[in-house]
Every structure is written in C-alpha cells, then in structure tokens.
Unconditional design. Structure first.
Length: 165
C-alpha cells in the first residue's frame, strides 16, 4: 500500500473512531453496556460466594434465616386471623379497630413504606435477575422447542429493530 493509501486509510480510521465516540454521547454503546452488566453480575456472584466459603452455618445464622422467613406468613395468617376474630367476637373486635383508627396517619405511611420496600425488594430479587440469565433461559427454551437460539448481541438486535426486521 502506498503513502496515499496509508494516509487515507489512517484518516478514515480516525474519522470512524471519532464518529463512534460522538455517537456514544447521544446513544449508549449496547456492547459496552452488556459488558459492564456482566462484570457487575460476576462481581456480585463473587462477593456472594465469599459468604459461603467457610462451611456450615452456625445456630445463630440458622436462627436469623428462620426469622427472615417469618414476615410473609405472619402477615397472611394475621390478616386471616383478623377476619376470624371479627366473626367470632364482634364485641371484642370493635374496640380494637377503634384503637387502630386512632393511629396517626404518618405512622400508617411509615408502615406502608416498610412493607412496600420489604416486598418490593423481594420482587426485585426473585423476578428481575440479571439480563444475561433471562437471555440464557430464553435460549434454552427456544432450543427445546426446536427454534434457533436468539441473538444476545444488543447492538445487532437494536439494528434489526431499527430496520424493522
């Protein structure tokens, strides 16, 4: 390749890199985003794995794990218990509900926030795992049904969506 070809080729490469950097300012790079998501997921897995490095849990860990499982059943059975109590002893139920009516509104907001954050965190933990796991499972289901594995290249998928295909 001659001198002119090297100059034009080098200039074109630099121009392409510059355009790519400018475009990243307006639209995030999907491949880099996937790489960062994967790196964060791997770091979280590594950190979680260190928690279980040293063998069996002691009695205190088992006790705390048991306590962490109690709020949902207590809330569910407690609500059902209130209905049963209202039917069995309406005269005893009425003053207790009047006592609840006397609780100030800010305390109800605080209780609602605590319950919402507790169950919201559980929902996020169990249903919104990393995108890579969802794609992996989607690919497994597609292969079992005889279809090809979907592409996991976000940039390619965005390009296909823009073209309508």
């Amino acid at each position: 390749m001659g001198l002119i070809g090297r100059l034009i080729g080098g200039g074109a490469r630099e121009l392409g890199e510059t355009v790519g950097h400018v475009a990243d300012g307006f639209r995030p790079n999907a491949t880099k985003s996937m790489q960062l998501d994967h790196a964060a997921y791997r770091a979280a897995l590594a950190q979680h794995g260190t928690e279980f490095e040293f063998g069996r849990l002691g009695w205190f860990d088992s006790f705390i794990n048991g306590l962490n499982r109690l709020p949902r059943p207590f809330l569910a059975f407690g609500t059902l218990g209130l209905f049963a109590y209202a039917m069995v002893d309406p005269a005893g139920f009425a003053p207790r509900m009047a006592g609840l009516a006397a609780v100030p509104e800010p305390l109800w907001w605080l209780l609602g926030a605590i319950v919402s954050f507790y169950f919201g965190a559980r929902e996020l933990h169990y249903t919104r795992g990393p995108r890579g796991v969802g794609r992996m499972l989607g690919g497994l289901v597609a292969r079992k049904r005889g279809r090809s594995k979907p592409s996991t290249n976000a940039a390619l998928e965005a390009w296909r969506a823009e073209r309508g295909g």
